[in-house]
Design a protein around this ligand. Structure first.
Ligand code: OTU
Length: 573
């Protein structure tokens, strides 16, 4: 243990020195930082030290076929942090072993519309008062752990709220804190950056810089104007964030979802995403965990094309996050569902690198964000199609704007710029037609979840999908239409959707029962000779077949008939 920790410390030093080593104050900064980390490592509670030892012995624990995630907003799921415990029986009945709670920290005031649903954090060391207090976190982690469930906490790396004490000090012109952000005295440099920057919310938050009148400066704001990007060129920012992460880890958080990971570093002339320095920062955080809290897993939230997303899993010899969202797989599954043709999902799977050892993809069907279509750009282009018209059709279909569509979703951030085709919002039940009782809708939900279960990775259920929960009517009136797919927990759905819930559980049990579904097992794409059928082999001998169409399909070579919108997992001889 000692030697592993010492070499992780050395590794962390090397990584950080590659970023900050040229600064005159680097060595003194490091000394102070390392002392604080060592103290936190020593303060780690005995139960977590035991977990550290166990996980160090079995670093592949989360690659198991029995690993299953669940994602929810604390308030919408259970009222408060303490309330989450009452949902443990439901989670256990599904076989869940990992619970991701969206950000539960103190946010800027004004309600969820004014804080991006918790993603504008005013203090990482406090819990939002309506959700409880920091005293509730460790007991919840313990209760979940006793039930075999690891808590995954959201952790926003790229920005803080404009009401965070650092931002308040910067607004006053405090030099130390001005250097925590990226700000400019006028628009000249921002305008140079804008030449090559994209826009995450082109409709509701155009541009990437926000003028702050009192200080007279322009602050870098990739997301909403009230979310101020942190300046990771300042090592002090890294140490503040890193120590906060360790303090939360010592309370029992086992997995951190590193929000907006691609945006941590900026370079003029680039789109300021996925830069090598951003990867170095994540590797340094990983080394930090290996040094002071080895049980902890890092999960990158980089919703980018498959090849770029794979980079967040690191490489042999340069570790990074253990888990990475596979946003392209998710988006391509929806596109193939609409097109009744599996070319896109197949192309994405073919372009997906096998996760390096001790790492895994995260596979999912829906989440609290939109389906981000730009993740498919390379594959749509490879297939020779026009990106905008192809993706545009898919998003119009899901928004119910195409004749014959069963879907009730919404296009996101596209108004004012029809070229953007940014994303699609809506609950799984709304996008598949389940909410409208459309024929085959239940099968469509199951086929998507079956793919997430079979592909290889940690599959994550989005709260409500297992019960066929539809869109939240309240969300339609909000400026940010992602709220349509952020409904409140609804107990009545247990009676309304018994068959879906039963089939979902059956699917999760099938996966948990077979080691071929473990994340590390190989995937081999097969030619189904049928444009609507996705076919691959997992592990030693499991054949996975998915009919993405309204028609029955026959695979003659396998002597297999697939009813419309069905999946089959078959043990090969
Ligand atoms: C994340 O998403 C969160 O999941 C969002 O809920 C937040 O609004 C946002 O960060 C700001 O904190 O653009 O469409 O590649 O895609 O960081 C979702 C990563 C997003 C981005 C991602 C972002």
């Amino acid at each position: 243990m000692q030697t592993i920790s010492a070499s992780a410390k050395e590794n962390c030093y090397q990584l950080l020195s590659s970023l900050y080593g040229r600064r005159a104050d680097f060595e003194s900064w490091w000394l102070e930082f390392a002392t604080a980390v060592d103290q936190l490592a020593q303060a780690r509670p005995p139960a977590l030290r035991q977990l550290d030892a166990e996980r160090t012995r079995s670093p592949d624990w989360f690659l198991s076929e029995r690993m299953l995630g669940y994602c929810a907003y604390t308030e919408r799921f259970a009222g408060s942090l303490a309330g989450v415990a009452k949902r443990i029986p439901h989670l256990k009945s599904l076989g869940v072993t990992y619970l991701h709670l969206l950000p539960f920290y103190l946010t800027r005031e004004g309600g969820e519309d004014a804080n991006d649903g918790g993603f504008a954090i005013a203090d990482f060391e406090q819990i939002a008062p309506h959700l409880g207090s920091m005293q509730d976190l460790a007991p919840l982690c313990q209760q979940l752990r006793d039930a075999g469930i690891s808590l995954c906490a959201d952790f926003v790396l790229n920005h803080v709220a404009d009401t965070h004490p650092w931002a308040l000090a910067a607004k006053q012109g405090d030099k130390k804190y001005l250097d925590y952000f990226r700000s400019f005295p006028d628009r000249s440099v921002p305008e140079q950056y804008e030449q090559s920057l994209g826009e995450v919310f082109p409709e509701t938050a155009p541009g990437n810089f926000t003028y702050h009148p009192e200080s007279g400066r322009w602050f870098w704001t990739t997301f909403y104007p009230y979310q101020w990007d942190l300046n990771y060129e300042n090592p002090q920012v890294f140490s503040e964030i890193a120590l906060t992460l360790l303090r939360l880890a010592n309370r029992g958080v086992e997995i951190f979802r590193l929000d907006s990971a691609p945006f941590l570093w900026k370079r003029l002339g680039s789109n300021c995403m996925n830069l090598p320095e951003a990867h170095t920062l994540l590797s340094a955080l990983r080394a930090l965990c290996a040094w002071a809290a080895p049980a902890v897993l890092l999960k990158s939230e980089a919703i980018v094309p498959a090849a770029q997303a794979a980079a967040y899993l690191g490489t042999e010899g340069r570790e990074e996050c253990q888990i990475a969202y596979h946003g392209a797989l998710m988006a391509s599954a929806w596109a193939s569902l609409v097109e009744q043709n599996v070319a896109l999902v197949q192309a994405v799977i073919a372009a997906t690198a096998k996760a390096p050892r001790h790492t895994s993809w995260l596979t999912y069907v829906r989440c609290h964000d939109d389906i981000v279509w730009s993740t498919l750009k390379p594959q749509v282009q490879d297939l020779g199609g026009d990106y905008l018209s192809r993706v545009g059709h898919v998003s119009r279909f899901l928004a119910g704007q195409v004749e014959g569509s069963y879907a009730h979703g919404l296009s996101f951030q596209t108004a004012g710029n029809s070229e953007a085709v940014h994303g699609t919002n809506g609950m799984c039940a709304a996008l598949t037609g389940y909410s409208a009782a459309a024929r085959y809708a239940q099968e469509r939900i199951l086929i998507l979840y079956a793919l997430a279960c079979a592909h290889g990775g940690v599959p994550v259920i989005y709260m409500g999908d297992e019960l066929g929960q539809g869109n939240d009517a309240d969300g339609w009136h909000r400026q940010d239409s992602r709220w349509v797919h952020r409904p409140y927990w609804d107990e009545s759905l247990f009676e309304a959707s018994p068959s879906l819930l039963q089939e979902m559980k059956a699917l999760f049990q099938k996966r948990a029962a077979h080691p071929d579904f473990a994340a590390g097992q190989p995937l081999q794409l097969l030619d189904s000779a049928c444009p609507a059928v996705l076919l691959f082999k997992r592990g030693q001998n499991t054949l996975c077949a998915f009919n993405f169409s309204d028609a029955e399909q026959e695979l003659k070579s396998l002597d297999l008939r697939l009813a419309p919108w069905t999946y089959r997992f078959i043990a090969m001889k």
